[in-house]
Design a protein around this ligand. Structure first.
Ligand code: CP
Length: 327
């Protein structure tokens, strides 16, 4: 049964007790979720934010165990899920795949079956797009997709939307500009799919060869959301932007370093660049960054990427609470 501290609000208890798309289910793609699901997630995240500020650690998931299984490097996703579980009163098992039986050739499906014996849910990051299908087929406990190849990064997109709502009050009516490696940047793909639930206009700025994949772009075209596409971040594009979503060129996805070197410095957002932006524009980045956002921008209040990481903690707490809390 759901264990909640006396101080935990009754509204939070009600939110976590109601049936939802999240309850005891895999979180593999943002396409699984409706606008109402997002609203529930963000409402829970806001409640948990207050709870953490008030109490530090809650006991919503005490007695539960989360396994973190990362086949690719991560700082934010792995650490924030670990922190989220601990702040919900649960425990974590963090698998270092460089020291695990993955090194002896154990398959993904057997590794997932193994962790399902020890934990109540698994966060999985894997370089193969199809890893989510393996998870769905073989893992008897809920799997949260922490990034599958260059396809999707659902929880990043949840926290991106939550950040936009917290920073600007609403997503409706905004103009959102995606800048950089839109081909391999999986958070962009997930966020574009989620934006289908809102009335927004989208501007795409990418170097030649790193444009948004055709099937993702098609979503924007079909919904009438695609405002413009450019190879250059012009002052006009920037002046229209309520959100400037910057991305790193994903070196690890290139088949040759030569090709990476050709595009790696395509953009650099600095203080001079932001002179063309509105005073209310928010600059987001899933991080880590390389050279695409100058460090001098960190001191501009419009730079929201560090706050974005903190919002990620509350969003991932909300997700775990909704997935793992039983009525
Ligand atoms: N944004 C993000 O996924 O960061 P990590 O790769 O550090 O987890």
């Amino acid at each position: 049964p759901l264990q909640l501290q006396a101080a935990t609000s009754t509204s939070l208890q009600k939110l976590l007790s109601q049936p939802s798309s999240f309850r005891n289910a895999h979180v593999l793609s943002v396409k699984q979720y409706s606008r109402a699901d997002l609203h529930l997630l963000f409402t829970v995240a806001q409640e948990l934010r207050l709870g953490v500020q008030r109490e530090g650690v809650l006991n919503i998931l005490s007695g539960r165990v989360l396994c973190n299984l990362f086949y690719e490097p991560s700082t934010r996703t792995s650490a924030s899920f670990d922190a989220a579980m601990q702040r919900l009163g649960g425990r974590t098992i963090n698998i270092d795949t460089s020291q695990s039986s993955v090194k002896k050739g154990e398959s993904l499906q057997d590794t997932l079956r193994t962790l399902a014996c020890y934990g109540d849910a698994v966060v999985l990051r894997h370089p193969d797009e199809n890893s989510v299908n393996v998870a769905e087929k073989y893992c008897p406990v809920p799997v949260v997709n922490g990034g599958n190849g260059s396809k999707e990064h659902p929880t990043q997109a949840f926290l991106d939307l939550f950040t936009i709502r917290e920073e600007l009050g609403t997503v409706q009516g905004l103009t959102i500009t995606f800048l950089g490696d839109l081909l391999y940047g999986r958070p962009v793909h997930s966020l574009v799919y989620l934006l289908q639930h809102y009335q927004v206009q989208v501007q795409l700025v990418a170097p030649k060869g790193l444009e948004l994949p055709a099937q993702v772009r098609e979503q924007l075209v079909a919904s009438g959301q695609l405002l413009c596409e450019s190879e250059t971040l012009t002052p006009e594009i920037l002046a229209r932007s309520d959100v400037l979503y910057c991305t790193r060129v994903q070196r690890e996805r290139f088949d040759s370093d030569e090709k990476y070197q050709q595009v790696k410095n395509s953009y650099r957002v600095d203080n001079a660049t932001l002179k063309s932006a509105k005073s209310s524009t928010v600059v987001l980045h899933p991080l880590p960054r390389n050279e695409e956002v100058a460090e001098e921008v960190d001191f501009d209040q419009r730079a929201a990427y560090f706050r974005q990481m903190r919002y990620g903690l509350y969003c991932r707490m909300a997700l775990l609470a909704l997935v793992m809390a039983s009525s």
